[in-house]
Design a binder for this molecule. Structure first.
Ligand SMILES: Cc1ncc(COP(=O)(O)O)c(C=O)c1O
Length: 464
């Protein structure tokens, strides 16, 4: 028999299509063990990296041994932020759901591509069905659906480009987008990508609860009209980044309807609450929107990345993004999903969303969300009100500051507190907001229980 011309390391480089893949199974078992060891090390070490010595070793002439690579994987883990620790309360980055971790593994092994149906038949159907399931849950009708993207920024951008196309504005430099002054900073990035700039982003003042002020919105719209500006969309934020406020969705939707303006909801933080029956103040009428971003990675622990753009009418996405894929065969009545958004090739990451949701069920989703609200309420109830001023809407985020500090003093105070809390294994964030620095606790960590919050409160109340 002649020697194989092309390769002789089949089951070392790639999974074998023959036999049992013993080598791969051994490596997967070892990887699982290494990961689980790292999770449990968090107990002793806290949310921040245990080590500060990660060496980024680059590929060399010869490939590395499995031993060397496992030692580098361990070092990478030990030098990483650990979201499973209960003191990890800084950001919208909760612990990973177990079935989502498995979904990521399966997606990597499948290596299917959501660009086209022929490259991902089952997963394309899954993504379509899951988006429709979400759309129905929030009250959209049969013509609705959606597309998955990496995060809130990209889902919002998909929506804005569709809105602009729908309004027939194309590259009109007079196009403006209206958002609240507390909307996420990534809308500036969206403007830049769309060939517009910061002045095309009209920021509407908020009320004392951090919600878009409707009178201000009306005045701004009238001003835009007199200045011959073209409105490409109005965005309501369903859960602002610093305090979790919800803009007045019903009022904004009415204005959009009356004036024939695309209504987008940035529900990156709060959108997921809409699939449950939890009584969240202001969370109604979201089905009046043309589009909504929902970002299940931010609270319920679907592993990154996992964000959805839902639209009330799927043809808006197709009309905006479809170019045809001349090198890919089409299946009758099935649109290749690379034709529905900005991204082309995409991994089968919807699997981790699907497995995560199937595993939790609606009851599990609700349980995680309810517990995050309860944690915040407990925190607010027990923090010293004489000392701190608090900023929090109906969701699970709270920002706070001692009342006595001047704006200039907040920078130093918050930095000191973050450092001191860190020594006690609590990680809070330090957002800048309206000319001051704040401390922010994001209470979406399911591993955080009452005893941890009591400890955090004691530390905060003691520090003053
Ligand atoms: C309200 C809101 N919208 C959008 C984003 C951007 O999301 P991503 O970082 O997933 O792109 C964030 C991020 O925290 C956010 O809080």
């Amino acid at each position: 028999m002649t020697e194989d011309l092309f390769n002789n390391k089949k089951d070392i480089y790639f999974p074998s299509y023959l036999g049992t893949n013993d080598n791969l199974i051994t490596l997967l078992n070892r990887t699982s063990q290494t990961l689980c060891d790292w999770f449990s090390k968090a107990d002793k070490n806290g949310p921040l990296p245990f080590d500060d010595n990660f060496k980024c070793i680059m590929p060399e002439e010869d490939g590395s041994s499995a031993e060397d690579l496992f030692s580098e994987i361990e070092s990478l883990l030990n030098n990483s932020f650990n979201p499973v620790h209960p003191g990890s309360l800084a950001h919208l980055d909760p612990p990973p759901l177990i079935f989502s971790i498995l979904g990521d593994l399966i997606a990597a092994g499948l290596n299917n591509n959501l660009l086209a149906y022929e490259l991902s038949p089952s997963v394309s159907l899954l993504e379509d069905s899951l988006c429709k399931w979400f759309a129905k849950k929030i009250g959209f009708n049969d013509s609705s659906g959606g597309i998955v993207a990496s995060g809130g920024t990209l889902s919002n951008l998909n929506a804005l480009i569709a809105a602009r196309n729908n309004a027939g504005l194309s590259s009109n430099p007079n196009s403006v987008l209206l958002v609240s002054e507390d909307a996420h900073s990534s809308f500036i990035k969206c403007m830049k990508i769309m060939g517009l700039d910061a002045k095309n982003l009209v920021k509407i003042k908020t009320d004392n609860q951090g919600r878009m002020d409707i009178n201000n919105l009306r005045k701004s719209l009238d001003r835009c009209l007199t200045e011959n500006k073209k409105i490409l969309a109005i965005v309501a934020t369903l859960g602002t980044t610093v305090r979790g406020a919800i803009d007045p969705i019903k009022d904004i939707s009415k204005i959009c309807k009356d004036r024939n303006i695309w209504f987008h909801i940035d529900g990156s933080i709060g959108g997921i609450f809409a699939v449950t029956s939890l009584p969240i103040e202001g969370l109604n009428n979201i089905n009046k929107a043309n589009s909504i971003t929902i970002n299940p990675q931010k609270i319920i622990g679907i592993t990154k990345t996992s964000s959805l753009l839902l639209v009330s009418n799927m043809s808006t996405l197709k009309n905006t993004f479809s170019t045809g894929l001349p090198y890919i065969s089409a299946k009758k009545n099935i649109i290749n999903r690379g034709e529905l958004g900005i991204q082309g090739s995409r991994p089968a990451e919807v699997i981790k969303l699907w497995l995560g949701l199937r595993f939790l069920g609606l009851k599990g989703i609700e349980e995680i969300l309810r517990s995050s609200i309860k944690r915040k309420e407990f925190f607010i109830k027990n923090i010293c009100k004489n000392t701190f001023e608090l900023y929090s809407g109906p969701l699970h985020i709270v920002s706070f500051l001692p009342k006595t500090l001047s704006p200039e003093e907040t920078e130093f105070w918050t930095q000191e507190k973050v450092n001191e809390l860190m020594k006690n294994n609590f990680m809070l964030s330090r957002p800048q907001f309206k000319g001051k620095y704040y401390l922010r606790a994001v209470m979406g960590n399911y591993n955080t229980d009452e005893s941890h919050i009591i400890k955090l409160l004691n530390l905060l109340n003691d520090y003053l």
